[in-house]
Design a binder for this molecule. Structure first.
Ligand code: BEZ
Ligand code: FE
Length: 329
């Protein structure tokens, strides 16, 4: 590049105290307002982090080496960066910011690295698990909007581990999807299926993230849960899960995903359920009513929360595509 065409302010002789403002001025040439704002805040916090901790070169090299190892172990089925984000609480934080929920609606939780698009379409009543060792579970759910009206035709993605606590994608020689399926809610907003009772399991901890957990004296376990993902035009995409009450890890989930509103009791099918869903009486039963939030409700709430957060920080902002950027006018 012709050096005379360089359009950044001169940067030379930078110090601990003025490096930040200079990097920010250099990045400020960026034309996309949101990218510029996100990078400005990222650089500011990273620099403050280094100054506040008096970060040594050795420590920073160890950090870079750690991130290199996280990258090296990543593959289609081993998402170590997602795991890192999860155990640092960042995944659940971003989900809560981006998918705010009005009272009474179903809360979201971490997606985790084990969702797969390779899942069979299921009819109501099908069983999503081939694991004969698991405890059979009947699951009967409904989907409504925030006004209590049934929502028909919602695409519901469901996934769970087998009875040993492994997802199908964790088996090298697997033959097709298992423990997962996709179905649609009917005209009453109902969907139902058979599965197995979820069990607690450790997140993958044989890589750099596991090492970090051990260094922090943390365990890698998640309480038993079943994942659900809801998609329907006009509604905010909902990624959530139901957690079993009294699981030994209910209050110490390695990835901070448990919310009280998502904790469920496993009941027993009475005569009515047994007859209607053709299971033996006393069969394990999970019921839940999911409440979806419309796109319009979500956008309005997200924007309101953004304004409150920016006011707290004393920032003058405007919204661009629903996200805050500095208002320089
Ligand atoms: C999961 O629930 O599948 C999961 C979530 C976060 C990290 C690892 C697994
Ligand atoms: Fe899971």
């Amino acid at each position: 590049m012709d050096p005379s065409q360089v359009k950044i302010p001169p940067t030379k002789d930078l110090t601990v105290d003025n490096i930040t403002e200079n990097v920010l001025r250099t990045n400020a040439v960026c034309e996309d307002e949101r990218t510029k704002y996100v990078l400005e805040r990222l650089v500011s916090h990273l620099h403050d982090f280094a100054r506040e901790t008096r970060l040594s070169s050795r420590e920073w090299m160890a950090g870079l080496q750690f991130l290199t190892e996280v990258g090296k172990i990543c593959s289609e089925v081993r998402q170590e960066f997602i795991l890192l984000s999860d155990i640092l609480g960042l995944s659940i934080l971003v989900d809560s910011i981006d998918h705010p929920k009005p009272p009474g609606s179903t809360e979201g939780t971490v997606l985790g690295p084990f969702h797969s698009h390779e899942a069979d379409d299921m009819a109501h009543g099908d069983c999503l698990s081939r694991d004969v060792q698991g405890e059979p579970l009947l699951v009967v759910c409904s989907v409504t909007d925030t006004r209590g009206r049934p929502v028909e035709g919602v695409k519901v993605d469901i996934w769970e581990t087998d009875s040993t606590g492994h997802y199908d994608v964790q088996y090298a020689g697997r033959c097709g999807p298992d423990g997962r399926g996709v179905m649609r809610s009917d005209s009453a907003g109902v969907f139902w299926f058979k599965a197995i009772t979820p069990v607690p399991y450790p997140i993958p901890h044989d890589g750099p993230v596991g090492r970090l957990l051990r260094l922090l004296r943390r365990h890698p376990y998640r309480p038993g849960h079943m994942h659900f993902m809801f998609e329907r035009e006009g509604f905010d995409h909902l990624i959530t899960a139901l957690y079993l009450r009294n699981d030994p890890y209910e209050t110490s989930d390695a990835v901070f995903g448990v919310k009280d509103s998502l904790v469920v009791d496993i009941g027993r099918a009475g005569p009515e359920y047994a007859k209607k869903y053709q299971v033996p009486e006393d069969h394990a039963l999970l019921t839940y009513d999911f409440v979806l939030v419309s796109d319009a409700e979500t956008s309005a709430l997200r924007e309101r929360n953004s304004k409150v957060a920016m006011d707290h920080l004393g920032r003058k902002v405007k919204m661009v595509n629903g996200l805050p950027v500095p208002d320089l006018d």
